[in-house]
Ligand binder design. Sequence first.
Ligand code: ZN
Ligand code: ZN
Length: 696
Amino acid sequence: MKTPFLFKPVVSKTSPFISPAQISELLKCAKNVNHAAQIHAQLITQEYIRLPLLFNSLLNIYSKCGHVLQSLSLFTASNSREGFDGAKNVFIYTSLITQLSHWNLHLKAISFFNEMRERGIFPNHFTFSAVLPACGDLALGKQMHSLIFKHGIETDVFVSSALADMYAKSGEMIGARKVFDEMPHRNLVSWNSMIVGSLRNGIFNEAIEFFTRMINEDAVVPDQVSFSSVLSACANVCGLAFGRQVHGRIFKHGLDKLLYVKNSLMDMYCKCGSFDDAEKLFVITEERDVVTWNIMMTEFVQNGNLEDACNCFWAMRRESVVPDAQSYSTVLHAAAGIGMLDQGTLIHNQIIKSGLGGNLYVSSSLITMYGKCGSLVDARRAFSENHEHNVISWTSMISACQQHGCANEVIELFEDMLRASVEPDYITFVSVLSACGHTGRVNDGFSYFNLMSQRFKIDPGLEHYACMVDMLGRADCLHDAKRFVETMPIEPDISVWGALLGACRKYGNLELGRKVAERLFQMEPDNPGNYVLLYNMYVRGGKLEEANEVRRLMGFRRVRKEPGCSWIDVKNTTHVFKARDRSHSMTNEIYKMLEKLEELVKQKGYVPKLQRSSNDLDEDEEKNLWYHSERLALAFGLLIVPVGAPIRIKKNLRTCDDCHVVMKYASAIYKRDIIIRDINRFHHFADGSCSCGEYW
Ligand code: ZN
Ligand code: ZN
C-alpha cells in the first residue's frame, strides 16, 4: 500500500517556502518512514537541515520508526558536510546515543560517545544517562563512572540512577547499593533501579525491602514497574501476605486495570499457592493476553491438572489470542503427561500454522510429546524437520528413543550429536548409559561414564549410578554391580538399590536380594513394589515359607499394593479398567473377546507364566491373570479401535511378564500394533515381538 503524502511535495507557486516552524509542526505529525523521507527531502531543498532542532527531530523520527541506521547515515553524512553546526552539538549526539542505546546497538552508542569526546564536545548528564545502559561490561561501566566523577555530575539523580542500574545489570549489587546510598536525592527511577536490580540478581528479599523503603522513607508513589517487580519477588519467596498488601496498594493507586500489573498479580498468587485468588482475577479480566493464559496453563501443569491445561489452551485459541513458544511448550508438556496423542496432534497443527515449528524450544517439546504419547515415528519426523539442533532437541530425541527401547538408535544419535559438536548434558547421559545397559554394552557404558566427568565435567548423579548398576546386573556381573554400589562416592538412593534388587531378581540371588530389599524397606517402607519383588523372588526360588513371611510383613506394615489400572482413549473418551473390572457398559463383549483371545493364544503355544506375575500377590491364579487391567483394555481396543489403527494403552504400574507374552501373541494374531505405556517405558508390540527386547 502506498503511503499518502503528508503534505503536497510541490508547494503552491505563490509561497515556495515552508517556514521552519511549519516543518517543525509537520515533523510532529510524521508517522512512518515515508513521511520522514518526504520531510527529509524538504529540509534539504530548503537548507533547513543545518538547523539542529529540525535535524534532531528528523533523526528521532527515523529512529522511532525503527530505522535507526538511516538516522545514523544521515548523521554521518551531516558530519562530512562543512559548516554544519549540529555535529558539534551535544544535544544531537545525546539524542543519537539514546536511540542507539534503545535499539540495543551498544557498540555504536559507545563509539559515538567516544567520537563526541574526541571532537571536544563535553557530555552532559543526559548524555551519561543515555550511554550508561550501553555499557555492556562492568569494566567499561566503571570507566564511565570515573568519567562521571571527573565531570562532577555523579550526584545528578538521573545519572546516579543510571549508574546504579548499570551496576545491577552487571550483577554488581554491592556497587549499585553504594551508588544508591550516596545519592542525595532519589526519585522513582532510582528506586526502581534497585528493586528491578535486586530481582534480576535473585535477591528477592532485598527487592521487597527497597519497595517498602521507597514507600515509607521517601513517600515515592510506585508505578507499574515497581509493583510488577515486587510481586515477582513475592512470588519467588512465597510472600503471600506481603503480596496481598501490594495488591491493596495497586488497587488504591488505580493500577489494577493494567493488564501488565494484573498478570504479575496472577503469577504471584499462583506461585504462592493461592490459586483461587489467581482464578478470581483471571475471571474478571476481560482482555487477556498471551502472558495471562501462559500463567494459568503453567499453574495447571504444576498442579497436575493436565487436562485443564489443555482446555485452557483451546479456550485461549477461541478468544483469538495468539500463542507464543511458551504456550506451545507448556500445553505440549500437558498433552505428553496425559499421553493424549490426539490432543498433541491438534496442537502440532496449530504450531505449523503459527510458523513456530522452527523454534527449537517448541520442536523439542513436540518431540517429547510424541515420544511420551507413544509415536516414535512422529517424534523422529518432528526432529528431522529442523536442520539445526541444540542440546535440548538432541536430548529430547535421544530420550524418546530410550523410552521406546530403541537402544541402538540412542547410541547412534548420541554419536551424531558429538560429531555435530553439541555438548551433551546430565539428562543426555542418563539415556545413553541406560541404552548401553539394555544392549549389553558394558565397555561402552564405562567409557561414556568416564567421558561425562572427564571431558564434559558433569558430576555423575544418582540416575547415572543407577544406570551403571542396572547395566552390570543385566550383563551377568552381579558381583561387580554390588561392588560398584559399595564404592560409590555419593550415598546410593532408592533408584540405585532398586537397580541392584532388579539384578538380584534376574539371577535369582536370594541372599543378596534379601539384604538389598531390607535396605529398601527401611528407606521407603510404604512402597509395595519392593515387597512384591522379594515375594516373587522367593516364590520363584521355591521358598514359599519366606514368601509368606514377606506377605505377612506387608500386612503388618499395612502396605497396600496400588491397584493396577489401565486406560485407553477412543474418540476423545478415556476408558478406565481395573483388574477383574465389570463396570464397563460393554463388559459382556469384552469378556467374550478375552475368552476368544485365550483360546487363540493357547493354540499358538502359550503357557501362563504363573509364578512370574510381579503385579499382584492375589492374582497368581491363571484365571485372574486373564483379567489384568491391560488385557481388559486390549479386548476393548480390539472390539472398538478401527482395523489397522494401533491400540494404545496406558498403565499405572509395570506390566507383568504374562501380559507381556499375551500382548506379543495378540499383536501377531490380530495383526495389530499394540503400544503399552507402563510406569517405566513403552512396549511396542508388532508381529509377535516387543520393541523393548524383553528388557524392562
Ligand atoms: Zn498382567
Ligand atoms: Zn516389552
